[in-house]
Write a protein that binds this ligand. Structure first.
Ligand code: 5BU
Length: 264
């Protein structure tokens, strides 16, 4: 089915090019799953993408947690991700002033050269979005920023007033792809969706098909409920990469997320 039909107003009012690219991939794959590929070796990462590539729409990385990282192996990994028709999302959680964030897009990891999306806190003010966009422009690429409006971890300091301000400022910026929302609490997510409206994405970590929370304060909610409450993409890590059968797990998350979208 056409992306415009499936996504409705989210498609017609999208204000960031990368958002349309994502909605199209999601339709091709019938999956709203972003895999949080939190494995510490390059071999583990390659194995994962090979097993689950067809069932996910985006790949979320933490480039700085890989033990045997090299520029060459990372370039091959990103090329495997592109071959698997995936958007690449570096969850860097930038937070510095605009000019430094721009420089941090370069450096050893050269995030600007391979990422389609990055996360940022708005704690330092809205210029961070311009800084990150300038980073992509420096290498002739386009990308989108996901601002942290909520977090999934317990006790986090992103209170409702902060969330409201992030959404109000972020909505006005075309460089903002969307917002991170808390996937473990559908009622918080519904409130966030009401504030965000239709023009921006909401992506949600803190989602798992099994009951119970994760380690070190991570909280989990149900993927279908998250999508029904307004999430456009469920970010799933251990539910897939720690599963005994990552391929079947990825298929199950894809099917849950797609059924949430079609019901919505
Ligand atoms: P999990 O294994 O499904 O719990 O992994 C969740 C991933 O999402 C992990 O890579 C975190 O860095 C990321 N995350 C999160 O869990 N909660 C948040 O609020 C944000 C990111 Br922002």
């Amino acid at each position: 089915m056409e992306a415009a039909t499936i996504w409705g107003e989210r498609w017609s009012s999208a204000s960031n090019n990368m958002a349309k690219a994502y909605m199209e991939v999601a339709c091709r794959k019938q999956s709203l799953v972003c895999l949080a590929a939190d494995r510490s070796t390059m071999a583990g990462l390659f194995e994962l993408i090979e097993a689950v590539g067809p069932y996910i729409a985006a790949l979320k990385t933490h480039v700085d947690l890989v033990d045997d990282w090299t520029p060459g192996s990372w370039a091959s990994f990103c090329s495997a991700a592109k071959d698997a028709d995936l958007l690449i999302f570096e969850d860097r959680k930038f937070a510095d002033i605009g000019g430094i964030s721009r420089k941090q897009m370069a450096g050893v990891y050269n995030i600007r050269a391979w990422s389609d999306l990055v996360t940022a806190h708005l704690i330092s003010g809205p210029d961070i979005v311009d800084g990150l966009q300038a980073g992509w422009e420096d290498v002739g690429r386009e990308g989108g920023v996901l601002l942290l409006a909520q977090m999934s971890s317990r006790g986090n300091l992103l209170d409702p007033k902060y969330t409201t301000e992030v959404v109000a400022k972020g909505k006005q910026h075309d460089g903002v792809f969307g917002f991170i929302g808390n996937g473990s609490r559908p009622e918080e997510l519904a409130t966030l969706r009401a504030a965000v409206g239709e023009s921006k994405m909401i992506w949600t970590p803190g989602v798992n098909l099994s009951v119970g929370d994760g380690e070190m304060g991570q909280r989990y909610g149900d993927p279908v409920e998250a999508v029904m409450a307004g999430s456009d993409c469920i970010i799933v890590g251990s539910g897939i990469h720690k599963s005994e059968d990552p391929e079947s797990a990825a298929k199950a998350y894809a099917s849950a997320s797609w059924s949430g979208l079609t019901q919505r």
